[in-house]
Write a protein that binds this ligand. Structure first.
Ligand code: CAA
Length: 372
């Protein structure tokens, strides 16, 4: 199956980014959403990002114009019927995704692949009502899709091998590194990083650090581009909470993965990150401009302040323990777990590479015993 046209459902950050990525790689993209306003906002965002590429000298003005022309913004799902592959990137809501899949399944010829970009919902359940479940799989991109190198390929049990190979070749043609993972809640990256986010919220709730101190510690010691608070804002406080809740429920509500009360409160207060101009941080032109003073008022005063090394030791331990669990469950290889965390979240080391030497492990143990 030769793929030329890609249908994308949902013109939010992920859907828009996927359409931009496909168009930039020579595919023709059709981006669908339910309102003209949403499509206009997506077009503006995509074209601004393409223009930044021209300003930086990464692409020529001609190539930019061609990329822009390669994206059609459509208001009817029927307009995706002739696409060679369809990627759904709607809101993380099982009922909504099931409805979209039932409609796509009826519209798109049965030999074509339909993929979901879900972060955490079971792919098998998303396609449960489809007549052709053998062409349904998960193709999970990371934010921003044009930049992040990883795609998680999720194989639900009824997937036909030929459709898997078609989708894998497509992801490779987009320039991505692929890892294969079973259809388990959160797949690799979102599952392994879940306790990392939760631990960050718990450290704030316990008054052991501030937003800025924790982010600075993790950037410096963990070699990541953003600390956990900046990353939660970037992903979207609400999106991140929805993923945590889905994984918590999907795994039978284990205490360690329980969403933090602080995060639920911040979502209720609409502190959702750059998209609304405020989250843990305040944003101007989507750039962080200091901690959000309203969030600082909610946080308890810092007592028993942890040093940067101890903060990173807490977060690193959370990642490592979850990665061990995922590996022991037989979900993915250690190599794929390392690759996924490195390329899916731009960590400098994968979970099994962090604290691999004895000296580091002893130092980490020292921090935990010193806190008791
Ligand atoms: N589209 C296209 N290109 C973009 C872009 C976008 N939306 N955003 C950034 N870029 C490009 C920039 O043009 C720049 O390119 P050059 O280096 O060639 O000039 C490059 O990316 C770096 O961008 P900036 O210089 O503007 O900023 P930065 O160095 O701070 O990098 C970042 C931005 C890539 C987002 C970086 O901060 C980062 O990697 N953050 C971590 C992102 C992450 O972890 N994502 C995964 C989240 S989890 C997820 O997505 C899963 C889920 O299911 C929810």
């Amino acid at each position: 199956m030769v793929i030329k046209t890609v249908g994308v459902v949902g013109a939010g950050t992920m859907g828009g980014g996927i359409a931009q990525l496909c168009a930039g790689r020579g595919f023709s993209a059709k981006l669908y959403d339910i309102s003209k306003e949403i499509l206009e906002r997506a077009k503006e965002r995509i074209e601004k990002s393409i223009d930044t590429g021209v300003t930086k000298g990464k692409i020529t003005p001609e190539a930019a114009a061609k990329t822009k022309r390669s994206i059609a913004y459509v208001l009817r799902l029927e307009d995706l019927a002739a696409a060679d592959i369809v990627i759904e990137a709607a809101t993380e809501n099982l009922g909504l995704k099931q409805e979209i899949f039932s409609r796509l399944d009826a519209l798109v010829a049965s030999e074509r692949v339909i993929a979901t970009n879900t972060s955490s919902l079971p792919v098998q359940e998303i396609g449960a009502k489809a007549k052709h479940p053998e062409r349904i799989l998960g193709v999970h991109f990371f934010n921003p899709p044009p930049v992040m190198k990883l795609v998680e390929m999720i194989r639900p049990p009824r997937l036909d091998e030929k459709h898997y190979q078609t989708a894998k070749k497509f992801a490779l043609d987009l320039g991505k590194t692929v890892v294969e993972v079973k259809d388990v809640p959160g797949f690799i990256v979102n599952r392994v990083l879940r306790p990392y986010y939760i631990e960050a919220f718990r450290l704030l709730e316990a008054g052991k650090t501030t937003i800025k101190e924790m982010d600075e510690a993790v950037v410096k010691l963990g070699g990541v581009p953003m600390g956990p608070c900046a990353l939660v804002d970037f992903i979207g406080m609400d999106v991140n909470l929805a993923v945590t809740s889905a994984i918590f429920d999907g795994l039978g509500r284990p205490e360690r993965l329980k969403p933090a009360a602080l995060q639920e409160q911040l979502v209720k207060l609409d502190y959702l990150g750059p998209k609304v101009g405020r989250g843990f941080y305040l944003y101007r032109n989507r750039r962080a401009a200091g901690e959000n003073p309203e969030v600082l008022k909610i946080l308890p005063p810092v007592k028993n302040r942890l040093p940067p090394e101890a903060l990173w030791a807490h977060l690193k331990r959370a990642i490592r323990q979850e990665a061990e669990m995922l590996f022991n469950e037989g979900t993915a290889t250690k190599e794929d777990i390392n690759t996924a965390v490195r390329l899916g979240a731009n960590f400098s080391k994968g979970p099994f590479e962090m604290s691999s030497d004895e000296e580091n492990r002893n130092r980490d143990r020292h921090y935990f015993s010193a806190e008791k």
